[in-house]
Design a protein around this ligand. Structure first.
Ligand SMILES: Cc1ncc(COP(=O)(O)O)c(C=O)c1O
Length: 381
């Protein structure tokens, strides 16, 4: 019996051929036709003019911030409920993250808190250099108000869509919000290149700056000439070939994750105190991970019990992200919330992410059997 993972890589079936073709074609050198084509495909999916393939989502965030002038001593508003890479990217630039609580209606960054903070800072002349919104677990953040205000104030908006390729909001795709979008192709993401990422932009000067910084900031002359600090962050042509093979079945992946979330909703429908991550009515999430909150006083069990029960059956699940304002690494950082009972902390204390990859009937039956001692009778789907 094999382990059921939280979000294992899924093959479209054409990956091996794509890799062999890239190698046989001699395109082992860093860039090449598959990278050009992958970037064009990504730009189209994100509704952007340009995409730049890089070595990770983290690298993409770092370069997106640098290309928008974020630097030493700046501040960047960041949702507290996210993966650490979002905040680290600001720190790599020498900036300080200012953490913002989640909105109970979406679990993403609370736009009211961001707008209040922008107004307060505008009035005292301490605007942040950027705001990063995160499309949590595949749901695009309600960023339009933030984008509008930031445009007026001259503050950059970065959409961290690492978890959301293929999602839409108000008919617009993930990666298209704000000044610049970011994807991740980490092994656990909907589309993987085993490791990789992309920066998405409509601005040709941002595209060129990101490419330049990603290739050691090498000046365009024959010899190796460098005037500033650069990075070795470019995605390779071979990995781009893998990414193209993965992208060819994006629609099926999206449909499978949607069906998985629906299946869990039915599975837990008779259990009191369970709240799935709310689907924002303005969007179509991609459900990268199915996440739910458990009120132990109503359900009769807590998130640790779910995780332990599943683990005993060799099934992986995880608590919801531990908020950044609670991490030792960021001790002393500013945190903005509407009340002392922060939404992000409550979601961490009570939330769990369930196995969300493709699961056949046998795997689903294993999940049901493992959970039965907690949830008792299981409704048929
Ligand atoms: C919200 C978010 N931002 C950034 C990243 C970083 O991406 P990568 O692992 O490709 O560096 C991830 C995931 O890994 C993520 O979930």
């Amino acid at each position: 019996m094999s382990r059921i993972y939280l979000s294992p890589p899924e093959l479209s079936g054409t990956e091996a051929d794509a890799l062999v073709a890239a190698v046989r074609g001699g395109w082992l050198a860093p860039v090449g036709p598959d990278l050009d084509a992958f970037e064009a495909e990504l730009a189209a999916i994100a509704g952007r003019r340009y995409a730049v393939g890089v070595s990770s989502g983290t690298a993409a965030l770092h370069l997106a911030l640098l290309a928008h002038g974020v630097g030493e001593g700046n501040e960047v508003l960041v949702p507290s409920l996210t993966f650490v890479a979002t905040a680290n990217a600001a720190v790599y630039c020498g900036a300080r993250p200012v953490f913002v609580d989640s909105d109970d209606r979406t679990w993403c960054i609370d736009p009211e808190l961001v707008l209040q903070e922008l107004d307060r800072r505008a009035s005292v002349g301490t605007l942040p250099a950027a705001v990063i919104t995160v499309d949590l677990y595949g749901q695009i953040a309600a960023a339009e108000g933030i984008v509008e205000r930031c445009r007026d104030l001259g503050v950059a908006v970065i959409e961290d869509a690492a978890e959301a390729i293929g999602a839409t909001r108000q008919g617009r795709p993930a990666g298209s919000f704000g000044d610049v979008g970011v994807f991740s192709f980490n092994g656990n993401k909907l589309i993987t290149t085993s490791g990789g990422g992309a920066v998405l932009t409509d601005d040709v000067s941002v595209r060129d700056r990101v490419r330049f910084l990603a290739t050691q900031a090498r000046e365009p002359v024959l010899h190796y000439e460098h005037h500033e600090l650069g990075f070795n962050y470019r995605l390779s042509n071979v990995l781009a070939a893998l990414g193209r093979a993965q992208l060819s079945t994006l629609e099926q992946r999206r449909e499978r994750r949607r069906a998985t979330k629906q299946w869990y909703r039915t599975l837990f429908s008779h259990v009191p105190g369970i709240t799935f991550m709310p689907d924002d009515p303005a969007g179509v999430p991609v459900n990268w991970l199915t996440a739910m909150e458990i009120d132990p006083s109503l359900a009769g069990f807590d998130r640790d019990a779910v995780i332990a029960t599943l683990a005993a059956a060799d099934i992986e699940s995880r608590p919801i992200w531990k908020p950044m304002h609670l991490q030792k690494q960021f001790a002393g950082s500013a945190f903005l919330a509407k009340s002392a009972a922060a939404v992000s902390q409550r979601l961490f204390d009570r939330g769990v992410c369930l196995p969300s990859g493709a699961m056949d009937d046998v795997a689903r039956e294993r999940v049901v059997a493992a959970l039965r001692p907690l949830i008792g009778h299981v409704p048929s789907s």
